[in-house]
Each structure stands twice: as C-alpha cells, then as structure tokens.
Design a protein around this ligand. Structure first.
Ligand SMILES: *[C@@H]1O[C@H](CO)[C@@H](O)[C@H](O)[C@H]1NC(C)=O
Ligand SMILES: *[C@@H]1O[C@H](CO)[C@@H](O)[C@H](O)[C@H]1NC(C)=O
Ligand SMILES: *[C@@H]1O[C@H](CO)[C@@H](O)[C@H](O)[C@H]1NC(C)=O
Ligand SMILES: *[C@@H]1O[C@H](CO)[C@@H](O)[C@H](O)[C@H]1NC(C)=O
Ligand SMILES: *[C@@H]1O[C@H](CO)[C@@H](O)[C@H](O)[C@H]1NC(C)=O
Ligand SMILES: *[C@@H]1O[C@H](CO)[C@@H](O)[C@H](O)[C@H]1NC(C)=O
Ligand SMILES: *[C@@H]1O[C@H](CO)[C@@H](O)[C@H](O)[C@H]1NC(C)=O
Length: 449
C-alpha cells in the first residue's frame, strides 16, 4: 500500500525530497510506549490514516525521522525531528526512554537525537501518539489529555505550519515557534529563510533572509494582518491571539477532506499556502511576498508603495524625498523627510491616511484601554510621537491606542480602507494640504479629527 510509486521521476520533479520516503511496511499502530519502538522502514500511522511518521532518506545518504501526509502520492514532509542531527548509519530506531525522552538511535544503538526533557513526570503508561492533526504527542500517562502533554512536535515546527499549529511565542514556557526553510530540497537542515513573530507593539510576522527582514505581514489590528488583504477565505479560519501568556497566529480549515500546509519555501524564498484536492498535486493558491511593494521597507521612512503607480514610491502628505537623485533613480529606500518641521506643541496637527498597510509596529507603544481622543492627546503631548491610531478595530469599532515614536516604515497603499492612521504634521502643513484640496481631505472630514 505504501510502497514507492512507479513513476519516480515525475514524483521527483514535483518534490525532490520525494525519494525513498517511508517505503515501509504497514504498521498497525499510531503510537509507541516505553516497551515499543519503530525501526528502519516501520511507520506509525495516525488513527484516521491521515498522517504517517517514519524514517526517510533523501539522496545523499542521510536519514531523518519525519511526518508526512499519508495516502498522498507526493511524499511531502511536514515535520522533521532531527533536522540538525541526521542519521548516518541506518537503519534508525525511534524509542521512548524511561526518563521520557524520544530517542533516535543509529545502527550501533548510539543516540543521534533526543527530544528535550519532558515537561511532566513520566509514568509507566506514557505513550507517544501520532494524531490525525499531524501532532506527535508524548502523554505522560497515556491519556492524551492537555494536562498530560510532556512534549509535542507542534511545539517545534520545521518549515511547515499545519492547521492547529501555532506560529509565535509562548512567553510562559519560553517557546519560540518559527518556520525555518530547508537548506535545499534534499537537505532538511535549517536554511536561510525564517518566518516568525517579532514581539512587541502590535503582533507582526516577518520573513527573514538570514538577519535581514525581507517581508512583513503588517501589524495585526484585531481584524486582520494589515499587509495580507486576502487572508480571509471561506475555507480558512485564521486567528491571531495576543495575550500576556502568548502571541501567535494559527489557522483551521473548514473542509475536513482538504489537506493543507503553510510552508516556508526555501527554494522560492516565499511563504506559501498549499492545498491538495482530489488527486493533487499540491497547488499554491497564496504566497508572500507577492509583488515589489511587499518588499520590506521598499519606500523607506515616511514613504509608501503603490503598485498602481510609477514610480512605486510616494512620500506621505507633508513629506518629500530625502534624496531627489536617489528617488529619481527609482530607489525609494532612503525614504522621506518633513517639508515643514514640527513645532512640538500646539502648532502641530494630524493628517489621516486610511488605505494603508499599517507602519511596522513592533517598536510602537500600545495602550489597550485608551480612547482615540486620549490617544491623540498623548501623541500631541510627546514630541517623539510621529503617528497614532486605534490598536484594535475589530467589528469596526476603535479600541485602544498605538503610538509610533519611531519612523514610519513599510507602508503600502491598498484600494480598500484598512483603518485610519493619523500622521503628525506641522499645523501649517495640514492647513496647506486642506487648502490644496488634497485628495484625502474628505477623509479628514469623515474622521473625528
Ligand atoms: C523493510 O525492511 C525489511 C528489513 O530491512 C526488508 O526485509 C523489507 O523488504 C523492507 N520493506 C520494504 C517495503 O521496503
Ligand atoms: C541495539 O539494542 C537492541 C535492543 O536493546 C539489541 O537487540 C541490539 O542487539 C543492539 N544492537 C547493537 C549493535 O548493540
Ligand atoms: C527558530 O526556532 C528555533 C527553535 O525552534 C531556533 O533554534 C532558531 O534559532 C529560530 N530561528 C530564528 C531565525 O529565530
Ligand atoms: C479586539 O477587541 C475585541 C472586542 O473587544 C476582542 O475580543 C479582541 O480580543 C481584541 N483583540 C486583541 C488582539 O486585543
Ligand atoms: C528642521 O529640523 C532640522 C533637524 O532638526 C534642522 O536641521 C533644520 O534646520 C530645521 N529647519 C527649520 C526650517 O527650522
Ligand atoms: C525597532 O527597534 C529595534 C531595536 O531597537 C531596531 O533594530 C529597529 O530598527 C527598530 N525598528 C524601527 C522601524 O524603528
Ligand atoms: C514619548 O514617546 C516615546 C516613544 O513612544 C516614549 O519612549 C517616551 O517615554 C515618551 N515620553 C513621555 C514623557 O511619555
């Protein structure tokens, strides 16, 4: 049943890591306990037959323990246990040690990988079970209850987020769950791309290439990630949770027959959302970055990117290019500077923009209980405040306050209204914009300020 498919070349073309995966005997079980283990080509299959766990060997002679969707011809791996610690001397074995660690042993019975120490004391009834959600979960007493979780693969994502997994941080447990690309299609060791939460201010997810930010999701404003306008879909339900204990993104799928994965793709350098319907193959129906305006900081400080304009970069109202030469050469990264200096007192006002991805807000200050009016007062009273906005616009109601005391970065224009962001300008500049009948004048009248 799970034997390697005949048209191997085609499979290899689809996904190079396809080779030699789980070409195993059918295991009758979904779990191991202190007595049992799996070895060589044996696998665990989740109760509903949705996921499979076993050893796989991409070309190159190294062996890894991984999880994949079962029954899908394309042998795509969604999780790897020992991405940093490959097994050189196969066959490998997976075992549960008496102190509650999962161990990968090589042919000589040497440990090549072990899971971290369990977070619960292990009993004789401990069981590690592969669930139909793709989570490999070690339960201290075998019950599988949330209180008994001693370790789980969902806490250690590789390059793939499955429905129900969390991307973000658990501050209480000091866990960081990021997606890091494979080094190459045949090498699951960590590659150069990581997609992760950067904590602070409003929740926001960043795509890093090495140390460099190359794309940002836009801050979460209670309704959506403001740089991902098509996040909503009838098949996908996403949530962003932001509490003192944890901040994360996660998603669910409504159609139980749909197979889905969210991948940090190291070959393309993109985060991609794939679905598998009927006979496949995996189809990518959503990916970021999508266009040049998604490039992080494309138009520098106080600039914004508009994909419908040439050049792409424009300065916010009341700002002008820092370097006209650079700007004329279509390089907006130098950004913009004020046309008129702030007075830092009663001589300042605000200009609203509202069809924008919110500026990066990881360094912004959030006051959850403030009204927008109090927010404005707070911004006006502090000369380092460059802009303010509601922190949460869920349900179309303004709640809370965000204060940007940093340069406004990574904005882009959208055709639809996202939310009002009030940019601090000298009042004379605001008056000039009104007198010039600037296109966003009507927005000023529509909004309370
Ligand atoms: C699984 O491994 C055993 C022992 O190495 C071998 O005899 C058997 O042919 C393998 N099965 C498959 C399907 O590769
Ligand atoms: C590895 O451990 C197993 C189980 O304890 C044992 O049967 C086997 O002989 C050992 N192999 C080696 C090479 O020590
Ligand atoms: C991603 O998370 C892993 C732990 O799961 C950590 O070792 C690694 O440093 C993180 N990578 C980045 C770029 O934050
Ligand atoms: C936004 O406000 C709504 C309504 O009060 C609340 O349910 C939700 O948790 C808030 N979201 C965040 C991220 O604070
Ligand atoms: C505006 O501020 C900058 C930097 O603080 C300063 O160099 C410049 O002279 C000021 N311009 C005016 C007209 O006051
Ligand atoms: C936010 O703060 C960090 C650390 O101080 C800094 O590296 C980064 O450039 C800041 N981002 C912005 C947009 O100011
Ligand atoms: C002014 O705003 C900056 C940036 O938000 C903040 O660091 C500073 O503490 C504020 N100053 C006062 C007096 O509130």
């Amino acid at each position: 049943m799970r034997a390697t498919r005949a048209p191997m070349c085609r499979v290899l073309l689809l996904v190079a890591a396809a080779c030699c995966f789980f070409s195993g005997s059918v295991a009758a079980t979904d779990s191991i306990d202190l007595a049992a283990s799996i070895t060589g080509n044996q696998t665990l299959v989740s109760a509903g037959g949705i996921f499979e766990l076993g050893f796989f060997s991409p070309p190159g002679g190294r062996t890894y323990l991984g999880i994949r969707y079962a029954g899908i011809a394309d042998r795509t791996v969604v999780w790897v246990a020992n991405r940093n610690d490959p097994l050189i001397s196969a066959p490998g074995a997976l075992r549960l040690s008496p102190d509650g660690r999962l161990l990968i042993l090589d042919r000589q019975n040497s440990t090549v990988w072990s899971s971290p120490a369990p977070t619960r004391r292990i009993t004789a009834g401990a069981v590690a079970r592969l669930g139909d959600d793709g989570n490999f979960l070690l339960s201290s007493d075998g019950s599988g209850s949330p209180q008994s979780v001693a370790w789980q693969s969902f806490d250690y994502p590789t390059d793939t987020l499955l429905p129900g997994m969390k991307l973000g941080m658990d501050f209480k447990r000091r866990l960081t769950r990021n997606l890091t690309s494979w080094n190459s299609p045949n090498d699951p060791s960590p590659g150069q791309y990581t997609f992760k939460l950067v904590p602070g201010g409003l929740p926001e997810f960043f795509l890093f290439q090495g140390p460099k930010k190359i794309y940002a999701s836009g801050p979460f404003n209670g309704a959506g990630l403001t740089g991902v306008p098509n996040l909503m879909s009838k098949d996908f339900i996403f949530k962003v949770v932001n509490s003192p204990d944890e901040t994360y993104y996660s998603y669910a799928i409504t159609d139980p027959k749909l197979r889905s994965r969210f991948l940090m793709d190291g070959t393309a350098g993109l985060v991609q959302r794939y679905v598998w319907t009927n006979n496949g193959p995996w189809s990518s129906f959503w990916y970021y970055p999508t266009d040049p305006c998604d490039t992080y900081g494309k138009c520098g400080a106080f600039g914004y990117c508009d994909i419908t304009q040439a050049p792409l970069c424009t300065c916010l109202p009341g700002f002008e290019p820092r370097s006209t030469e650079q700007w004329n050469l279509r390089d907006g990264t130098g950004g913009c500077v004020r046309t008129t200096n702030l007075s830092c007192g009663a001589g300042d006002g605000f200009w609203p923009v509202n069809r924008m991805k919110l500026p990066e807000a990881t360094n912004a200050t959030v006051h959850a209980d403030m009204t927008l009016d109090q927010c404005r007062q707070l911004c006006l009273a502090n000369c380092s405040c460059r802009a303010y906005s509601a922190a949460n616009v869920s349900g179309g109601i303004n709640r809370g306050c965000v204060i940007w005391g940093v340069d406004l970065m990574d904005m882009r224009q959208y055709p639809a209204v996202v939310q009002d962001v009030f940019i601090r300008l000298a009042q004379s500049e605001v008056d000039a914009l009104i007198a010039a009948g600037s296109t966003s004048h009507h927005l000023l009248k529509l909004s309370p300020y």
